[in-house]
Design a protein around this ligand. Structure first.
Ligand code: LER
Ligand code: MN
Length: 270
């Protein structure tokens, strides 16, 4: 069964971005549970930013789960990426992600590598070699934690590494990287893919998580992405992970969350 999730940003330095709920962990979990979401996806400043037992209590009180944890704060706050030219920075990036993975694993939540992938430098072959080495190490860690790591192709304005599911899947396969699957972010896909549903079908075996956002990154229903075929593709491939709203809080957090669960129920709870 496909499950619903909504994002929560807890990084005080970041004031805007594609997250539905902001800053208040307890209030967000309570509101998300009230609307009927299955889970919350966390964007935190670091692995230490959230008190584990407090979060566990809060989730238990509302029968909620953590769908995934984002690692992007490593780049946004600390300037770390897996493809930096400086090996010391790459090593710190791996460490930051590994710490986030251990944090998430306490909630059976996989970690996402989005902006932490960085960009290929002038020597693309060398950058891809660095990326493969890090993903191998982190994929092995994910498997040892009983999880998989989720790698996210981003649109061309955010990375020059992999913009489409197909290229990322071919890379993981060619490099024999174990323990790493893909994230299908419908916003990035709307920019890069020819046909979202066809790409989902073609790359079905790699998809571990979905970011649920419309063409303009507002909640689904507030843009022009043709969702019927996307929802049908996810259902047809037997996807049973989370569809997680990583969208702007438009018109505001509560309105965005309400629209998202309305859209989720419409497309996935028929
Ligand atoms: C992260 O999930 C994402 O989609 C990126 O656009 C954030 O930089
Ligand atoms: Mn995303």
């Amino acid at each position: 069964m496909i499950k619903s999730s909504v994002t929560l940003a807890l990084v005080s330095e970041i004031k805007q971005g594609p997250w539905i709920y902001w800053h208040d962990l307890r209030a967000a979990i309570q509101k998300a549970a009230g609307l009927g979401f299955d889970a919350v996806e966390l964007f935190t400043a670091s692995a230490q930013a959230v008190d584990v037992s407090e979060l566990k209590d809060c989730l238990a009180a509302h029968s909620m789960r953590i769908s995934a944890v984002g690692t992007g704060a490593g780049k946004v706050i600390h300037g770390l990426t897996l493809t930096d030219a400086d090996p010391e920075i790459r090593q710190k990036a791996v460490q930051f992600i590994a710490d986030m993975m251990r944090f998430g694993a306490q909630f059976e939540a996989p970690s996402i590598i989005g902006s932490m992938q960085g960009n290929a430098g002038l020597d693309r072959v060398a950058s891809l070699k660095d990326l493969a080495a890090s993903l191998k190490e982190l994929g092995a860690l994910a498997l040892s934690l009983g999880l998989e790591l989720i790698y996210e192709p981003l649109n061309r304005y955010e990375t020059n590494l992999f913009n489409r599911l197909e290229g990322a899947a071919a890379f993981l396969e060619a490099e024999e990287i174990a323990g790493v699957g893909l994230l299908a972010d419908l916003f990035h896909m709307n920019i890069e893919e020819e046909d979202l549903a066809a790409s989902i079908r073609k790359n079905a075996k790699w998809i571990r998580h979905v970011h649920f956002a419309d063409s303009n990154r507002r909640p689904i229903g507030f843009g022009h992405t043709e969702m019927n075929s996307v929802a049908k593709a996810l259902q047809d491939i037997g996807y049973n992970g989370y569809v997680s709203a990583e969208a702007f809080p438009w018109p505001d957090s509560d309105g965005a969350a309400a629209q998202t669960i309305h859209a989720f129920n419409h497309y996935f709870k028929k």
